[in-house]
Every structure is written in structure tokens, then in C-alpha cells.
Design a protein around this ligand. Structure first.
Ligand code: NAD
Length: 399
């Protein structure tokens, strides 16, 4: 018998998502007779202890009897139990300083660590992620902020709805003004954004139409890599080349800053990738963007006026167009920025259900059997030792 524990999230602020919903736990137990799931009691999880009990799942204060422990966010060092296999987002593979002690403790306590972020299909596509729901919530919040700023319409908060279906109901009867929305990115975040565009009845137009035409109804343009970047010499875009040599590319986004009202940003960004625009572009008289939902959410990243994160309850701040300093949102001289690092927590039940589905489909069988290439590539630590793929973390983990 293999015992799997769903751990109570210990990171502050506490995450309300979970790796398997009550229904999914029930399904796993019914379809894997050799598996028992124990849920660690939690008052803040999006599914209550009682919902698990009703599904026939044991709820307990401790999961120390379990072999495999599933969490979401980083496990506090003092909560780590020795000799267990943990799965969670450890945020250690880029040597993040704030998690150095955690990796060190995992080695000391002879744990194994499989990081969800490193679970990838053969072609490098990530198996598990919450991007779609970040896109849904971020797009909603961006359009909501535009409504708040202009007073033209009012959208409700996502986290006050119990799930995505209920959120969709709140869109009934809503008539948006003829705004122009620029959507960037081609991953899961942007697919969540496009879902909301369609649900809100915002119509897709081509880049040239978006730049040149006026519309009497709300429109959006979807800008992917090939629309956003070109090689500084050849003027061409090649995806693999761009990923390898982003510093050789320039960004074509500037004209959109002079016609869009809202930017919903979902591109992948890292240091050498050109930014969408520069800080000083915001000061130009013809900078037309009033609201930016920076769903990607890198401080001073693709959106250079991302001046840091906000909590879910208060997601938007203003950036003064003259001083470029953070200020109160929704003033006449501000570009209003929505920047939240845990957007999927506004739709925790849907996000958890999706997460569990991917886990069951692509990971669980391998985890219960002898492992697989997917599991091997995502295993950072095995029984207290860094694996071959992650030996580069040696110094970091020792510190
Ligand atoms: N604010 C939040 O709560 C939140 C939640 C989830 C994701 N995010 C962030 O949003 C961004 C997009 O996430 P996603 O889930 O859409 O990602 P994804 O992995 O689904 O898609 C990323 C896209 O970027 C491209 N890409 C991958 N590697 C690249 C590289 N080296 N250079 C350029 N492009 C590359 C991929 O081809 C893909 O189209 C990420 O930065 C992610 O961290 C934020």
C-alpha cells in the first residue's frame, strides 16, 4: 500500500489551492487499489475537510505516515518530515536566495524532491501549471480596472465568485465601450486571457486593423512572438533563434502604446528579451494605454513600469506618468498597473481541479511505479542527494 498525503500549506500568506480535489482523491483511491490518500486538516484550503470526508477520504492532523507528500508552495523548513518524497513548487532551480535554506534542509532530512515546475513533456512543454487561470483572472482584473478608472462599467471581483462558471454569469448583460485591448503572449496565460476576451464579447482584429482603424465595438489584438519581435539586422523572426539569442532582437510593440487602451501582458520574459516599451515612452503625450494587467508579473520586466506586486485584495496601483513613481490608482495622470503574483488563487477550485487532472493524467502512474524519464528530469533531490541534472545547485544547496 502506498500512502499519499495532501499537506496543509504552511507558507505565509497561506495558499488556498490543493493538488487533488475531493472528487479526484476518490477517483484515485477507486482506480488504484494500492493507494490510500490522507488529507492534512486545513482551515484555509478551498475545499473543506468535510468535503474530503464526504468523498470518503481520511482527514488527519498529521501526514507523517505517508510515503509521498503533495503540496503546492514551498514547505516551511520546520514542517519537513524526514525520509519522504515531496512534490511541490520549490523555486530552487534558479538558485532563488529565499529558498536556499529549504533546499539545504531537504538534503539534510534525506528527502526526495520532485518539483512540479520541472515536470515536462519530452519536447520541453510544461505538464503542470496554473497559467490558464492566471490569464483568466488577470484579464478580468485588467478590464475591471479600466471600468473603475473610467466609471463606464463595473466588474465584480473574481475571488468573490465560487468558481469560473459563476464568474461567467456576472458577465451577463454587460456592455463594454469600444475599447482597444492588446493581448501579448502565446502560452497558457494568453489562452486564459483569450477565453475572457471571448466571454466578454470583445472581437479579435488583425494587427494592422488594430493600429489603423477605429471601431464602434470593443476589439482585441493577439500579439505573439512573430508580431512582437524582429531581428535587428534581418528584420525576421525565428522562434528557436529568438529563444537562443533574444538580445539580437528588437521589439515592435511601440505603435500599440499609441492606440491601445488596455494591455494584457502574458509573454514569457527574461533579462535579455527586449521590453515591450521603455519607461520614458510612458511620458509621451500620445501614450494611450490607461491600464496594464501585467499577468507575467516581472518587476521592471517586459513592462518596465511594473513597480512590484500587490495583494489580491488590492491588485491595482497607479504609476504617475510624469514622475514614474507608484501612487494611488485611477487618477487622470496615472497608468494603472495590475500586478499580482498569485492570480490563480482568485479561482482556487478551478485551478486545483485542472492541476489535479494533469497530475493524474501524466504523473501519478509513473510516480506510483518505477518512475519515468519525466519524473527523473523533475527530481531535484533523491534521498538527500542532488540528482545528476541538478548538480549545478551543489554550492547553493550546501550554503
Ligand atoms: N501572476 C501570476 O499569478 C502568474 C501565474 C502563472 C504564470 N505567470 C507568468 O506568466 C508568464 C507566462 O506563463 P505561461 O503559463 O503562459 O507560460 P507557458 O510556459 O505556457 O508559455 C510560455 C510561452 O513563452 C515561450 N517561451 C518559452 N521559453 C522562452 C524563451 N526562452 N524565450 C522566449 N519565449 C519563450 C513559449 O514558447 C510559450 O509560448 C510566465 O512568466 C509566468 O511565470 C504569472
Amino acid at each position: 500500500m502506498i500512502a499519499i498525503g495532501l499537506i496543509k500549506e504552511g507558507k505565509i500568506p497561506e495558499d488556498n489551492r490543493v493538488a487533488l480535489t475531493p472528487e479526484q482523491c476518490k477517483w484515485v483511491q477507486e482506480n488504484h487499489k494500492d493507494v490510500k490518500i490522507i488529507v492534512q486538516s486545513s482551515k484555509t484550503r478551498c475545499f473543506s475537510d468535510n468535503e474530503y470526508r464526504k468523498a470518503g477520504i481520511e482527514v488527519a492532523e498529521s501526514v507523517s505516515k505517508c510515503d509521498i507528500l503533495l503540496g503546492i508552495k514551498e514547505v516551511p523548513v520546520n514542517d519537513l518530515i524526514e525520509n519522504k518524497t515531496y512534490l511541490f513548487f520549490s523555486h530552487t532551480r534558479k538558485k532563488q536566495p529565499h529558498n536556499q535554506k529549504l533546499l539545504h534542509a531537504i538534503l539534510e532530512k534525506k528527502n526526495s524532491l520532485i518539483d512540479y515546475e520541472c515536470l515536462e513533456h519530452e519536447d520541453g512543454q510544461r505538464i503542470i501549471g496554473f497559467g490558464f487561470f492566471a490569464g483568466v483572472v488577470g484579464a478580468h482584473n485588467g478590464i475591471m480596472a479600466y471600468g473603475n478608472k473610467t466609471g463606464l462599467f463595473k466588474l465584480q471581483r473574481v475571488y468573490k465568485q465560487s468558481n469560473l462558471r459563476e464568474l461567467i454569469h456576472t458577465y451577463f448583460g454587460l456592455k463594454l465601450p469600444n475599447i482597444k485591448v492588446a493581448v501579448t503572449g502565446s502560452g497558457r496565460v494568453s489562452s486564459g486571457v483569450l477565453e475572457v476576451m471571448n466571454l466578454l464579447g470583445i472581437i479579435e482584429v488583425e494587427p494592422n486593423e488594430f493600429l489603423e482603424k477605429r471601431f464602434s465595438y470593443p476589439v482585441y489584438v493577439h500579439l505573439k512572438g512573430q508580431d512582437l519581435y524582429k531581428h535587428h539586422k534581418t528584420g525576421l523572426y525565428n522562434r528557436d533563434h529568438f529563444h537562443a539569442y533574444p538580445q539580437e532582437y528588437v521589439c515592435n510593440f511601440l505603435p500599440y502604446t499609441k492606440t491601445a487602451d488596455v494591455l494584457l501582458n502574458g509573454i514569457y520574459w527574461e533579462e535579455h528579451i527586449p521590453r515591450l516599451f521603455s519607461k520614458s515612452d510612458v511620458q509621451a503625450n500620445d501614450f494611450s494605454i490607461k491600464v496594464i494587467a501585467d499577468i507575467t508579473d516581472d518587476q521592471n520586466g517586459s513592462v518596465p513600469i511594473n513597480l512590484g506586486d500587490q495583494p489580491i485584495e488590492d491588485p491595482v496601483y497607479g504609476v504617475d506618468k510624469t514622475t514614474l513613481q507608484k501612487t494611488t490608482a485611477y487618477q487622470s495622470n496615472t497608468v494603472d498597473v495590475m500586478a499580482v503574483g498569485n492570480l490563480p488563487n482568485e479561482l482556487p477550485k478551478d485551478a486545483s481541479r485542472y492541476f489535479g487532472e494533469q497530475l493524474i493524467k501524466y504523473v501519478l502512474d509513473d510516480l506510483l511505479k518505477d518512475g519515468s524519464d519525466i519524473i527523473t528530469r523533475a527530481t531535484i533531490v533523491e534521498e538527500g542527494k542532488l540528482t545528476k541534472h541538478f548538480e549545478y545547485l551543489n554550492e547553493y544547496a550546501a550554503g
